[in-house]
Design a binder for this molecule. Sequence first.
Ligand code: NAD
Ligand code: A1AUG
Length: 514
Amino acid sequence: MINYKHEPFTDFSVEENKQAYLEALKKVESQLGADYPLIIGGERITTEEKIVSYNPAKKTEVIGSVSKASKDLAEKAMQEADKAFKSWKKVKPEIRADVLFKAATIIRRRKHEFSAWLTKEAGKPWNEADADTAEAIDFLEYYGRQMLEMKDGRKVESRPNEYNRYDYIPLGIGIVISPWNFPFAIMAGTTVAAVVTGNTVLLKPASTTPVVAYKFIEVLEEAGLPKGVVNFVPGSGAEVGDYLVDHPKTRFISFTGSRDVGLRINERASKLSPGQIWIKRVIAEMGGKDTIVVDKDADLELAAQSIVKSAFGFSGQKCSACSRVVIVKDVYDQVVNRVEELTKSLTIGDPSDNNNFMATVIDSAAFKKISEYIEIGKTEGRLVAGGTADDSVGYFVHPTVFADVDPEARIMKEEIFGPVVAITKADSFEEAIDIANNTEYGLTGAVITNDRMNLEYAREEFHVGNLYFNRGCTGAIVGYQPFGGFNMSGTDSKAGGPDYLTLHMQAKTTSEAF
Ligand SMILES: NC(=O)c1ccc[n+]([C@@H]2O[C@H](COP(=O)([O-])OP(=O)(O)OC[C@H]3O[C@@H](n4cnc5c(N)ncnc54)[C@H](O)[C@@H]3O)[C@@H](O)[C@H]2O)c1
Ligand SMILES: N[C@@H](CCC=O)C(=O)O
Protein backbone atom coordinates (compact mmCIF):
# COMPACT_ATOMS: atom_id res chain seq x y z
CA MET A 1 0.00 0.00 0.00
CA ILE A 2 1.35 3.42 -0.99
CA ASN A 3 3.06 5.36 1.78
CA TYR A 4 1.34 3.52 4.61
CA LYS A 5 3.29 2.99 7.81
CA HIS A 6 1.70 2.37 11.15
CA GLU A 7 1.61 5.18 13.69
CA PRO A 8 4.62 4.89 16.02
CA PHE A 9 4.05 4.26 19.73
CA THR A 10 5.08 6.96 22.19
CA ASP A 11 8.22 6.40 24.24
CA PHE A 12 7.20 7.56 27.70
CA SER A 13 10.74 7.26 29.06
CA VAL A 14 11.38 10.51 27.14
CA GLU A 15 10.65 13.31 29.62
CA GLU A 16 9.00 15.55 27.03
CA ASN A 17 6.49 12.82 26.14
CA LYS A 18 5.79 12.11 29.78
CA GLN A 19 5.10 15.79 30.47
CA ALA A 20 2.88 16.03 27.38
CA TYR A 21 0.76 13.12 28.63
CA LEU A 22 0.47 14.63 32.11
CA GLU A 23 -0.68 17.90 30.51
CA ALA A 24 -3.25 15.98 28.45
CA LEU A 25 -4.54 14.26 31.58
CA LYS A 26 -4.94 17.65 33.25
CA LYS A 27 -6.84 18.98 30.24
CA VAL A 28 -9.18 16.00 30.26
CA GLU A 29 -9.67 16.26 34.02
CA SER A 30 -10.77 19.86 33.58
CA GLN A 31 -13.49 18.67 31.18
CA LEU A 32 -14.88 15.79 33.25
CA GLY A 33 -18.58 15.62 34.01
CA ALA A 34 -19.85 17.44 30.90
CA ASP A 35 -23.11 16.59 29.11
CA TYR A 36 -23.04 15.19 25.58
CA PRO A 37 -26.04 15.12 23.21
CA LEU A 38 -26.98 12.66 20.49
CA ILE A 39 -26.01 13.74 16.96
CA ILE A 40 -28.69 12.97 14.39
CA GLY A 41 -28.47 14.48 10.93
CA GLY A 42 -25.95 16.93 12.41
CA GLU A 43 -28.50 18.14 14.96
CA ARG A 44 -27.57 18.00 18.68
CA ILE A 45 -30.42 16.36 20.59
CA THR A 46 -30.46 16.21 24.38
CA THR A 47 -32.61 13.62 26.14
CA GLU A 48 -33.82 13.39 29.73
CA GLU A 49 -32.50 9.90 30.14
CA LYS A 50 -28.70 9.66 30.26
CA ILE A 51 -25.92 7.12 30.09
CA VAL A 52 -23.45 8.11 32.78
CA SER A 53 -19.86 7.15 32.09
CA TYR A 54 -17.63 6.60 35.15
CA ASN A 55 -13.89 6.25 35.70
CA PRO A 56 -13.37 2.55 36.51
CA ALA A 57 -10.35 3.41 38.68
CA LYS A 58 -12.33 5.97 40.76
CA LYS A 59 -15.78 4.61 40.51
CA THR A 60 -17.58 7.75 41.66
CA GLU A 61 -15.81 10.07 39.21
CA VAL A 62 -18.13 10.96 36.34
CA ILE A 63 -16.45 11.15 32.93
CA GLY A 64 -19.54 12.49 31.23
CA SER A 65 -23.30 12.12 30.86
CA VAL A 66 -24.44 11.17 27.41
CA SER A 67 -27.96 11.44 26.06
CA LYS A 68 -29.64 8.12 25.44
CA ALA A 69 -31.46 7.30 22.22
CA SER A 70 -34.98 5.94 22.43
CA LYS A 71 -36.61 3.92 19.64
CA ASP A 72 -38.18 7.13 18.28
CA LEU A 73 -34.82 8.84 18.08
CA ALA A 74 -33.27 5.74 16.55
CA GLU A 75 -35.98 5.92 13.89
CA LYS A 76 -35.23 9.60 13.30
CA ALA A 77 -31.53 8.72 12.90
CA MET A 78 -32.49 6.00 10.41
CA GLN A 79 -34.41 8.55 8.32
CA GLU A 80 -31.47 10.98 8.40
CA ALA A 81 -29.02 8.24 7.42
CA ASP A 82 -31.33 7.26 4.56
CA LYS A 83 -31.49 10.85 3.34
CA ALA A 84 -27.72 11.35 3.63
CA PHE A 85 -27.04 8.10 1.74
CA LYS A 86 -28.62 9.50 -1.40
CA SER A 87 -25.91 12.15 -1.70
CA TRP A 88 -22.97 10.52 0.16
CA LYS A 89 -22.96 7.50 -2.14
CA LYS A 90 -22.33 9.85 -5.06
CA VAL A 91 -19.42 11.67 -3.41
CA LYS A 92 -16.16 10.66 -5.10
CA PRO A 93 -14.12 8.05 -3.20
CA GLU A 94 -11.15 10.45 -3.25
CA ILE A 95 -13.16 13.01 -1.28
CA ARG A 96 -14.44 10.39 1.13
CA ALA A 97 -10.86 9.21 1.69
CA ASP A 98 -9.75 12.79 2.21
CA VAL A 99 -12.13 13.13 5.16
CA LEU A 100 -10.37 10.15 6.77
CA PHE A 101 -6.89 11.56 6.14
CA LYS A 102 -7.90 14.90 7.63
CA ALA A 103 -9.44 13.20 10.65
CA ALA A 104 -6.18 11.28 11.14
CA THR A 105 -4.24 14.54 11.08
CA ILE A 106 -6.54 16.17 13.63
CA ILE A 107 -6.25 13.18 15.95
CA ARG A 108 -2.46 13.05 15.55
CA ARG A 109 -2.31 16.69 16.70
CA ARG A 110 -4.40 15.83 19.77
CA LYS A 111 -3.03 12.33 20.26
CA HIS A 112 -2.29 12.43 23.99
CA GLU A 113 -5.58 14.17 24.69
CA PHE A 114 -7.48 11.27 23.08
CA SER A 115 -5.33 8.75 24.95
CA ALA A 116 -5.95 10.60 28.21
CA TRP A 117 -9.71 10.22 27.65
CA LEU A 118 -9.08 6.47 27.30
CA THR A 119 -7.07 6.42 30.53
CA LYS A 120 -9.95 8.09 32.32
CA GLU A 121 -12.95 6.47 30.66
CA ALA A 122 -11.69 2.92 30.05
CA GLY A 123 -8.96 2.65 32.69
CA LYS A 124 -6.21 2.24 30.10
CA PRO A 125 -2.60 2.58 31.28
CA TRP A 126 -0.64 5.06 29.19
CA ASN A 127 0.96 2.61 26.77
CA GLU A 128 -2.35 0.80 26.19
CA ALA A 129 -4.20 4.07 25.60
CA ASP A 130 -1.44 5.27 23.28
CA ALA A 131 -1.70 2.04 21.27
CA ASP A 132 -5.49 2.39 21.03
CA THR A 133 -5.18 5.95 19.67
CA ALA A 134 -2.39 4.92 17.28
CA GLU A 135 -4.62 2.13 15.96
CA ALA A 136 -7.50 4.57 15.38
CA ILE A 137 -5.13 6.73 13.31
CA ASP A 138 -3.93 3.63 11.45
CA PHE A 139 -7.48 2.62 10.50
CA LEU A 140 -8.11 6.11 9.08
CA GLU A 141 -4.88 6.14 7.08
CA TYR A 142 -5.16 2.52 5.93
CA TYR A 143 -8.81 2.44 4.90
CA GLY A 144 -8.48 5.83 3.17
CA ARG A 145 -5.64 4.47 1.03
CA GLN A 146 -7.43 1.17 0.45
CA MET A 147 -10.45 3.01 -0.92
CA LEU A 148 -8.20 4.89 -3.34
CA GLU A 149 -6.87 1.54 -4.57
CA MET A 150 -10.40 0.16 -5.02
CA LYS A 151 -12.16 3.23 -6.42
CA ASP A 152 -11.97 2.05 -10.04
CA GLY A 153 -13.02 -1.49 -9.21
CA ARG A 154 -10.99 -4.52 -10.26
CA LYS A 155 -9.78 -5.40 -13.70
CA VAL A 156 -11.81 -7.95 -15.64
CA GLU A 157 -11.25 -9.08 -19.22
CA SER A 158 -12.93 -7.51 -22.23
CA ARG A 159 -13.23 -8.91 -25.77
CA PRO A 160 -13.38 -7.22 -29.16
CA ASN A 161 -16.63 -5.21 -29.37
CA GLU A 162 -17.28 -5.65 -25.66
CA TYR A 163 -16.23 -3.52 -22.69
CA ASN A 164 -16.55 -5.05 -19.23
CA ARG A 165 -16.21 -3.39 -15.87
CA TYR A 166 -16.32 -4.60 -12.30
CA ASP A 167 -17.03 -1.77 -9.85
CA TYR A 168 -17.70 -1.57 -6.14
CA ILE A 169 -20.74 0.35 -4.97
CA PRO A 170 -21.88 1.07 -1.41
CA LEU A 171 -24.45 -1.05 0.39
CA GLY A 172 -26.63 1.49 2.22
CA ILE A 173 -27.21 2.12 5.90
CA GLY A 174 -24.91 0.33 8.32
CA ILE A 175 -25.40 -0.15 12.06
CA VAL A 176 -22.06 0.00 13.83
CA ILE A 177 -22.08 -1.52 17.31
CA SER A 178 -18.78 -1.26 19.11
CA PRO A 179 -17.25 -2.62 22.35
CA TRP A 180 -15.68 -0.74 25.27
CA ASN A 181 -12.31 -2.47 25.30
CA PHE A 182 -10.92 -0.64 22.25
CA PRO A 183 -13.32 2.26 22.62
CA PHE A 184 -11.43 4.42 20.17
CA ALA A 185 -9.72 2.15 17.63
CA ILE A 186 -12.50 -0.38 17.04
CA MET A 187 -15.28 2.22 17.26
CA ALA A 188 -13.46 4.50 14.79
CA GLY A 189 -12.21 1.73 12.49
CA THR A 190 -15.59 0.07 12.04
CA THR A 191 -17.28 3.46 11.51
CA VAL A 192 -14.89 4.82 8.91
CA ALA A 193 -14.67 1.57 6.95
CA ALA A 194 -18.41 1.92 6.39
CA VAL A 195 -18.18 5.64 5.62
CA VAL A 196 -15.26 5.62 3.20
CA THR A 197 -17.01 2.97 1.13
CA GLY A 198 -19.97 5.33 0.65
CA ASN A 199 -22.40 4.07 3.26
CA THR A 200 -24.09 6.01 6.03
CA VAL A 201 -23.93 4.91 9.64
CA LEU A 202 -25.80 4.75 12.91
CA LEU A 203 -23.11 4.39 15.56
CA LYS A 204 -24.09 2.79 18.85
CA PRO A 205 -21.00 2.82 21.05
CA ALA A 206 -20.64 0.72 24.21
CA SER A 207 -22.46 2.24 27.16
CA THR A 208 -19.35 2.31 29.37
CA THR A 209 -17.30 4.37 26.90
CA PRO A 210 -19.54 6.77 24.96
CA VAL A 211 -17.59 10.00 25.61
CA VAL A 212 -14.54 9.13 23.52
CA ALA A 213 -16.93 8.15 20.71
CA TYR A 214 -18.60 11.58 20.87
CA LYS A 215 -15.17 13.24 20.68
CA PHE A 216 -14.45 11.23 17.55
CA ILE A 217 -17.66 12.33 15.83
CA GLU A 218 -16.62 15.93 16.49
CA VAL A 219 -13.35 15.19 14.68
CA LEU A 220 -15.17 13.72 11.69
CA GLU A 221 -17.32 16.86 11.50
CA GLU A 222 -14.22 19.05 11.68
CA ALA A 223 -12.67 16.98 8.89
CA GLY A 224 -15.64 17.81 6.67
CA LEU A 225 -17.98 14.83 6.97
CA PRO A 226 -21.45 15.96 5.86
CA LYS A 227 -24.38 15.87 8.28
CA GLY A 228 -26.25 12.59 8.60
CA VAL A 229 -23.43 10.40 7.29
CA VAL A 230 -22.59 9.27 10.82
CA ASN A 231 -25.33 9.52 13.43
CA PHE A 232 -24.38 9.13 17.08
CA VAL A 233 -27.03 7.09 18.90
CA PRO A 234 -25.81 5.64 22.20
CA GLY A 235 -28.47 3.57 23.89
CA SER A 236 -29.38 0.30 25.46
CA GLY A 237 -28.22 -2.71 23.46
CA ALA A 238 -31.47 -4.55 24.12
CA GLU A 239 -33.74 -1.61 23.17
CA VAL A 240 -32.02 0.49 20.50
CA GLY A 241 -29.68 -2.33 19.42
CA ASP A 242 -32.50 -4.76 18.67
CA TYR A 243 -34.60 -2.03 17.00
CA LEU A 244 -31.81 -1.07 14.62
CA VAL A 245 -30.76 -4.63 13.87
CA ASP A 246 -34.36 -5.54 13.02
CA HIS A 247 -35.06 -2.41 10.96
CA PRO A 248 -35.98 -3.08 7.30
CA LYS A 249 -33.76 -0.20 6.11
CA THR A 250 -30.68 -1.67 7.81
CA ARG A 251 -28.48 -3.01 5.03
CA PHE A 252 -25.59 -4.28 7.15
CA ILE A 253 -24.47 -4.58 10.75
CA SER A 254 -20.87 -4.23 11.82
CA PHE A 255 -20.66 -5.63 15.32
CA THR A 256 -17.71 -6.18 17.63
CA GLY A 257 -18.36 -7.65 21.04
CA SER A 258 -19.20 -10.83 22.88
CA ARG A 259 -20.16 -14.18 21.40
CA ASP A 260 -23.69 -14.16 22.82
CA VAL A 261 -24.61 -10.70 21.54
CA GLY A 262 -22.98 -11.45 18.18
CA LEU A 263 -25.04 -14.63 17.79
CA ARG A 264 -28.21 -12.81 18.79
CA ILE A 265 -27.57 -10.11 16.18
CA ASN A 266 -26.78 -12.71 13.54
CA GLU A 267 -30.02 -14.55 14.26
CA ARG A 268 -32.21 -11.44 14.33
CA ALA A 269 -30.59 -10.03 11.19
CA SER A 270 -31.47 -13.22 9.30
CA LYS A 271 -35.21 -12.67 9.85
CA LEU A 272 -37.01 -10.66 7.20
CA SER A 273 -38.78 -7.50 8.43
CA PRO A 274 -41.84 -6.22 6.55
CA GLY A 275 -40.67 -4.02 3.67
CA GLN A 276 -37.13 -5.38 3.67
CA ILE A 277 -35.78 -6.09 0.17
CA TRP A 278 -32.29 -7.49 0.86
CA ILE A 279 -30.44 -10.05 2.93
CA LYS A 280 -28.70 -8.12 5.69
CA ARG A 281 -25.00 -8.55 5.83
CA VAL A 282 -23.46 -9.20 9.23
CA ILE A 283 -19.86 -8.55 10.11
CA ALA A 284 -19.39 -9.94 13.61
CA GLU A 285 -16.10 -9.97 15.47
CA MET A 286 -16.55 -11.80 18.73
CA GLY A 287 -14.77 -13.31 21.72
CA GLY A 288 -11.67 -15.40 22.18
CA LYS A 289 -10.03 -18.00 24.39
CA ASP A 290 -6.49 -17.52 23.22
CA THR A 291 -3.60 -19.85 23.91
CA ILE A 292 0.16 -19.58 24.10
CA VAL A 293 1.88 -22.93 23.48
CA VAL A 294 5.40 -23.41 24.87
CA ASP A 295 7.55 -26.13 23.34
CA LYS A 296 10.40 -27.92 25.11
CA ASP A 297 13.00 -26.39 22.79
CA ALA A 298 12.16 -22.74 23.36
CA ASP A 299 13.44 -19.49 24.80
CA LEU A 300 11.78 -19.89 28.17
CA GLU A 301 12.31 -16.30 29.28
CA LEU A 302 10.65 -15.10 26.07
CA ALA A 303 7.82 -17.56 26.77
CA ALA A 304 7.20 -16.29 30.32
CA GLN A 305 7.44 -12.62 29.30
CA SER A 306 5.05 -13.18 26.37
CA ILE A 307 2.53 -14.98 28.57
CA VAL A 308 2.50 -12.30 31.26
CA LYS A 309 2.28 -9.39 28.82
CA SER A 310 -0.45 -11.04 26.73
CA ALA A 311 -2.44 -12.18 29.76
CA PHE A 312 -2.33 -9.01 31.82
CA GLY A 313 -1.93 -6.09 29.37
CA PHE A 314 -5.05 -3.94 29.88
CA SER A 315 -6.10 -6.38 32.60
CA GLY A 316 -6.63 -9.19 30.09
CA GLN A 317 -9.55 -7.29 28.57
CA LYS A 318 -8.62 -7.98 24.97
CA CYS A 319 -10.31 -10.51 22.77
CA SER A 320 -6.73 -11.49 21.87
CA ALA A 321 -5.55 -11.87 25.49
CA CYS A 322 -3.72 -15.01 26.52
CA SER A 323 -6.13 -16.76 28.87
CA ARG A 324 -4.73 -20.27 28.49
CA VAL A 325 -1.21 -21.62 28.31
CA VAL A 326 -0.14 -25.11 27.27
CA ILE A 327 3.43 -26.09 28.16
CA VAL A 328 5.24 -29.25 27.07
CA LYS A 329 6.04 -31.26 30.20
CA ASP A 330 9.87 -31.05 29.97
CA VAL A 331 9.88 -27.28 30.66
CA TYR A 332 6.57 -26.97 32.52
CA ASP A 333 7.88 -26.21 36.02
CA GLN A 334 10.48 -23.72 34.80
CA VAL A 335 7.96 -21.70 32.81
CA VAL A 336 5.28 -21.77 35.53
CA ASN A 337 7.81 -20.58 38.13
CA ARG A 338 8.97 -17.71 35.96
CA VAL A 339 5.38 -16.68 35.11
CA GLU A 340 4.68 -16.65 38.85
CA GLU A 341 7.71 -14.42 39.53
CA LEU A 342 6.88 -11.99 36.75
CA THR A 343 3.21 -11.79 37.70
CA LYS A 344 4.01 -11.09 41.33
CA SER A 345 6.29 -8.23 40.27
CA LEU A 346 3.57 -6.39 38.31
CA THR A 347 2.53 -2.98 39.58
CA ILE A 348 -1.19 -2.32 39.88
CA GLY A 349 -2.98 0.96 40.50
CA ASP A 350 -4.58 4.04 38.99
CA PRO A 351 -3.80 4.18 35.24
CA SER A 352 -3.16 7.93 35.46
CA ASP A 353 0.14 6.97 37.11
CA ASN A 354 2.46 5.58 34.46
CA ASN A 355 4.33 3.50 37.05
CA ASN A 356 1.39 1.11 37.08
CA PHE A 357 1.53 -1.71 34.56
CA MET A 358 -2.07 -2.71 35.15
CA ALA A 359 -5.20 -0.96 36.37
CA THR A 360 -8.82 -1.99 36.70
CA VAL A 361 -11.47 -3.96 34.91
CA ILE A 362 -14.22 -1.94 33.27
CA ASP A 363 -17.15 -1.98 35.70
CA SER A 364 -18.92 -3.68 38.56
CA ALA A 365 -20.48 -6.35 36.33
CA ALA A 366 -17.05 -7.32 34.96
CA PHE A 367 -15.58 -7.23 38.48
CA LYS A 368 -18.28 -9.60 39.72
CA LYS A 369 -18.02 -11.98 36.77
CA ILE A 370 -14.22 -12.20 36.93
CA SER A 371 -14.27 -12.64 40.73
CA GLU A 372 -16.69 -15.55 40.26
CA TYR A 373 -14.35 -17.16 37.72
CA ILE A 374 -11.47 -16.78 40.18
CA GLU A 375 -13.49 -18.75 42.73
CA ILE A 376 -14.21 -21.40 40.07
CA GLY A 377 -10.49 -21.45 39.28
CA LYS A 378 -9.65 -22.17 42.90
CA THR A 379 -11.60 -25.42 42.57
CA GLU A 380 -10.15 -26.26 39.15
CA GLY A 381 -6.44 -25.54 39.53
CA ARG A 382 -3.51 -24.57 41.77
CA LEU A 383 -3.52 -20.84 42.53
CA VAL A 384 -0.02 -19.60 41.75
CA ALA A 385 -0.47 -15.81 41.86
CA GLY A 386 -3.23 -13.28 42.56
CA GLY A 387 -6.68 -14.63 43.32
CA THR A 388 -7.80 -11.44 45.05
CA ALA A 389 -9.76 -8.34 44.06
CA ASP A 390 -10.70 -5.00 45.61
CA ASP A 391 -13.50 -2.70 44.48
CA SER A 392 -13.40 -0.21 47.33
CA VAL A 393 -12.08 2.64 45.13
CA GLY A 394 -12.06 1.20 41.62
CA TYR A 395 -12.53 -2.22 40.04
CA PHE A 396 -9.13 -3.76 40.74
CA VAL A 397 -8.70 -7.49 40.10
CA HIS A 398 -5.18 -8.72 40.79
CA PRO A 399 -3.37 -10.64 38.04
CA THR A 400 -4.21 -14.26 38.65
CA VAL A 401 -2.48 -17.44 37.52
CA PHE A 402 -3.80 -20.98 37.91
CA ALA A 403 -1.52 -23.93 37.12
CA ASP A 404 -2.19 -27.67 36.72
CA VAL A 405 -5.61 -27.02 35.20
CA ASP A 406 -7.41 -29.79 33.32
CA PRO A 407 -7.86 -28.91 29.61
CA GLU A 408 -11.62 -29.50 30.03
CA ALA A 409 -11.96 -27.15 33.02
CA ARG A 410 -14.29 -24.18 32.69
CA ILE A 411 -11.48 -21.65 33.13
CA MET A 412 -9.73 -23.33 30.19
CA LYS A 413 -12.76 -23.09 27.91
CA GLU A 414 -14.89 -20.04 28.76
CA GLU A 415 -13.98 -16.44 27.99
CA ILE A 416 -13.35 -14.67 31.32
CA PHE A 417 -12.23 -11.34 29.83
CA GLY A 418 -10.12 -10.32 32.78
CA PRO A 419 -6.63 -10.82 34.25
CA VAL A 420 -6.88 -14.56 34.75
CA VAL A 421 -4.75 -17.18 33.00
CA ALA A 422 -4.98 -20.97 33.24
CA ILE A 423 -1.98 -23.23 32.59
CA THR A 424 -1.94 -26.89 31.62
CA LYS A 425 0.71 -29.49 30.78
CA ALA A 426 1.05 -31.50 27.55
CA ASP A 427 3.06 -34.65 26.89
CA SER A 428 4.17 -33.54 23.44
CA PHE A 429 4.05 -30.55 21.09
CA GLU A 430 1.33 -32.24 19.00
CA GLU A 431 -0.79 -32.76 22.10
CA ALA A 432 -0.23 -29.11 23.06
CA ILE A 433 -1.67 -27.98 19.72
CA ASP A 434 -4.64 -30.34 20.15
CA ILE A 435 -5.36 -28.78 23.54
CA ALA A 436 -4.98 -25.28 22.10
CA ASN A 437 -7.59 -26.15 19.46
CA ASN A 438 -9.95 -27.59 22.04
CA THR A 439 -12.18 -24.52 22.31
CA GLU A 440 -15.11 -23.18 20.32
CA TYR A 441 -13.20 -19.96 19.68
CA GLY A 442 -10.39 -19.43 17.17
CA LEU A 443 -9.10 -15.89 17.44
CA THR A 444 -5.40 -15.63 18.34
CA GLY A 445 -2.68 -18.00 19.44
CA ALA A 446 1.08 -18.03 19.82
CA VAL A 447 3.77 -20.69 19.73
CA ILE A 448 7.13 -20.31 21.41
CA THR A 449 9.64 -22.76 19.97
CA ASN A 450 13.04 -22.93 18.31
CA ASP A 451 12.01 -26.03 16.38
CA ARG A 452 11.33 -25.08 12.73
CA MET A 453 9.36 -28.26 12.04
CA ASN A 454 7.09 -27.57 15.01
CA LEU A 455 6.48 -24.03 13.78
CA GLU A 456 5.44 -25.44 10.42
CA TYR A 457 3.24 -28.02 12.15
CA ALA A 458 1.53 -25.20 14.08
CA ARG A 459 1.15 -23.09 10.93
CA GLU A 460 -1.00 -25.88 9.49
CA GLU A 461 -2.71 -27.29 12.55
CA PHE A 462 -3.27 -24.42 15.03
CA HIS A 463 -6.71 -23.20 13.93
CA VAL A 464 -6.84 -19.48 14.74
CA GLY A 465 -7.29 -16.36 12.67
CA ASN A 466 -4.14 -14.69 14.03
CA LEU A 467 -1.23 -16.99 14.77
CA TYR A 468 2.02 -15.61 16.17
CA PHE A 469 5.42 -17.28 16.45
CA ASN A 470 7.92 -16.44 19.19
CA ARG A 471 6.00 -13.49 20.55
CA GLY A 472 2.80 -12.84 22.50
CA CYS A 473 -0.70 -13.15 21.07
CA THR A 474 -1.91 -9.54 21.41
CA GLY A 475 -1.10 -6.33 19.55
CA ALA A 476 -2.04 -6.85 15.89
CA ILE A 477 -1.15 -3.83 13.79
CA VAL A 478 -3.40 -2.43 11.07
CA GLY A 479 -2.04 -3.29 7.63
CA TYR A 480 0.57 -5.67 9.09
CA GLN A 481 -1.45 -8.31 10.94
CA PRO A 482 -5.06 -8.14 9.68
CA PHE A 483 -7.24 -9.15 12.61
CA GLY A 484 -10.16 -11.54 12.97
CA GLY A 485 -10.99 -15.02 14.15
CA PHE A 486 -12.47 -18.38 13.21
CA ASN A 487 -15.38 -20.37 14.63
CA MET A 488 -17.21 -18.59 17.48
CA SER A 489 -14.70 -15.74 17.31
CA GLY A 490 -16.67 -14.31 14.43
CA THR A 491 -16.91 -13.89 10.70
CA ASP A 492 -13.14 -13.53 10.23
CA SER A 493 -13.58 -10.13 8.65
CA LYS A 494 -9.90 -9.27 9.16
CA ALA A 495 -10.06 -5.65 10.27
CA GLY A 496 -7.07 -3.69 9.01
CA GLY A 497 -6.59 -6.13 6.15
CA PRO A 498 -6.74 -5.97 2.36
CA ASP A 499 -10.23 -7.51 2.07
CA TYR A 500 -11.99 -5.59 4.83
CA LEU A 501 -13.56 -2.79 2.78
CA THR A 502 -15.11 -5.19 0.29
CA LEU A 503 -17.37 -6.41 3.12
CA HIS A 504 -18.99 -2.96 3.09
CA MET A 505 -19.69 -2.87 -0.65
CA GLN A 506 -21.33 -4.83 -3.43
CA ALA A 507 -19.66 -5.48 -6.74
CA LYS A 508 -21.47 -4.49 -9.93
CA THR A 509 -20.58 -5.95 -13.32
CA THR A 510 -21.41 -3.91 -16.42
CA SER A 511 -20.89 -5.27 -19.90
CA GLU A 512 -21.29 -3.00 -22.91
CA ALA A 513 -21.49 -4.30 -26.44
CA PHE A 514 -20.44 -1.89 -29.20
N1 NAD B 1 -12.96 -10.19 17.76
C1 NAD B 1 -12.71 -8.91 17.96
O1 NAD B 1 -12.14 -8.21 17.10
C2 NAD B 1 -13.08 -8.28 19.28
C3 NAD B 1 -12.56 -7.03 19.60
C4 NAD B 1 -12.91 -6.44 20.81
C5 NAD B 1 -13.75 -7.10 21.69
N2 NAD B 1 -14.21 -8.33 21.36
C6 NAD B 1 -15.08 -9.06 22.30
O2 NAD B 1 -16.01 -8.14 22.88
C7 NAD B 1 -16.37 -8.55 24.19
C8 NAD B 1 -16.19 -7.40 25.14
O3 NAD B 1 -16.91 -6.29 24.71
P1 NAD B 1 -18.33 -5.90 25.29
O4 NAD B 1 -18.43 -6.29 26.73
O5 NAD B 1 -18.56 -4.47 24.93
O6 NAD B 1 -19.28 -6.84 24.46
P2 NAD B 1 -20.89 -6.85 24.42
O7 NAD B 1 -21.26 -7.92 23.47
O8 NAD B 1 -21.48 -6.88 25.77
O9 NAD B 1 -21.26 -5.43 23.82
C9 NAD B 1 -20.78 -5.02 22.55
C10 NAD B 1 -21.74 -3.97 22.00
O10 NAD B 1 -22.99 -4.60 21.73
C11 NAD B 1 -24.03 -3.84 22.31
N3 NAD B 1 -25.20 -4.70 22.56
C12 NAD B 1 -25.53 -5.39 23.67
N4 NAD B 1 -26.68 -6.05 23.48
C13 NAD B 1 -27.10 -5.78 22.22
C14 NAD B 1 -28.22 -6.18 21.44
N5 NAD B 1 -29.16 -6.99 21.89
N6 NAD B 1 -28.31 -5.71 20.17
C15 NAD B 1 -27.37 -4.90 19.68
N7 NAD B 1 -26.29 -4.49 20.38
C16 NAD B 1 -26.16 -4.92 21.63
C17 NAD B 1 -23.39 -3.24 23.53
O11 NAD B 1 -24.13 -2.14 24.02
C18 NAD B 1 -22.03 -2.83 22.97
O12 NAD B 1 -22.12 -1.63 22.25
C19 NAD B 1 -15.46 -9.72 24.49
O13 NAD B 1 -16.17 -10.91 24.30
C20 NAD B 1 -14.34 -9.57 23.48
O14 NAD B 1 -13.65 -10.77 23.21
C21 NAD B 1 -13.92 -8.92 20.18
N1 A1AUG C 1 -6.58 -6.16 17.87
C1 A1AUG C 1 -6.27 -6.32 19.28
C2 A1AUG C 1 -7.38 -6.98 20.02
C3 A1AUG C 1 -8.75 -6.40 19.81
C4 A1AUG C 1 -9.73 -7.03 20.71
O1 A1AUG C 1 -9.89 -6.83 21.85
C5 A1AUG C 1 -5.02 -7.15 19.45
O2 A1AUG C 1 -4.51 -7.68 18.47
O3 A1AUG C 1 -4.57 -7.30 20.57
